[in-house]
Design a protein around this ligand. Sequence first.
Ligand code: B12
Length: 221
Amino acid sequence: MSEELFQAMRQSIIDGAPDAARNLAETAVQQGIGPLAAIHDGYVPGMSHVGEQFAQRHLFLPDMVAAAEAMKAAMAVLEPELKRLGTDRPSAGTIVMGTAKGDIHEIGKTLVGTLLGANGFTVHDLGVDVSAEKFAAAARELRADVVGVSALLTTTMKWQKSVIELFDREGLRPQVRVIIGGAPVTRQWSEEIRADGFAKDAVSAVGLVQKLLQAKTVEVG
Ligand code: B12
């Protein structure tokens, strides 16, 4: 039953059809299907397919734009559901999220932020195309525990490195942990640039932040 729904979700992204994507998300909510399952098993495979087709020049930029619009229509329904999963517990820590300089991909970064918020963290989203200086200013001003830098382009991954270098120069680390993610980002890159952590998806990002902040409490206390 939900397999058919997931398949239709995937297709709505490939078709770049926001109305269908939104309606299917609403159906999932009505049927009690978890928002994360809908995102990961329904919509994200559609995005991956579009990305692959774009790389092989079977689809073009307008198709990718349309797919993103459809994804955002679905997320508009599913994000409030994700937030509802959270409770009113006190903040587990302050997180600053943003997409690296020169990069305007926002869907994954926003999803990570939403899920962290649903798990009790206070999340400040700086948006896309965020410079290292802006990350540092926000980390200082908001007394962030963790800063998350997303990059979806191989050409913008270098700005993740710049954030880490600036944080080190300004003595912001190790108090502030810098974690990275995004489709092209690997554990190897994370180790190479000495990031404090890397996660391949939003669920693992929550686990990573929880682990980092637990370690911090132990160190401090
Ligand atoms: C949608 C999309 C777009 C949309 C973005 C719309 C938006 N508002 O976000 C638009 C059309 C604008 C776009 C533009 C471009 N895109 Co684009 N895009 C995509 C696409 C199809 C999907 C991305 C997405 O949203 N995925 C769904 C989310 C849920 O997944 P995600 O982002 O990976 O996030 C998850 C994890 O990575 C992780 N994560 C993400 N961030 C973080 C951060 C932290 C801290 C952590 C811990 C984890 C984490 O958790 C997330 C949730 O599970 C990808 C293909 C792909 N497979 O990634 C191409 C892709 C990323 N784009 C690509 C390209 C080339 C471009 C353009 C250069 C195209 C052009 N010629 O103009 C421009 C660049 C614009 C710019 N300056 O940024 C290439 C990049 C190739 C490369 N090697 O660098 C890809 C891979 C497509 C391809 N196969 O060629 N794109």
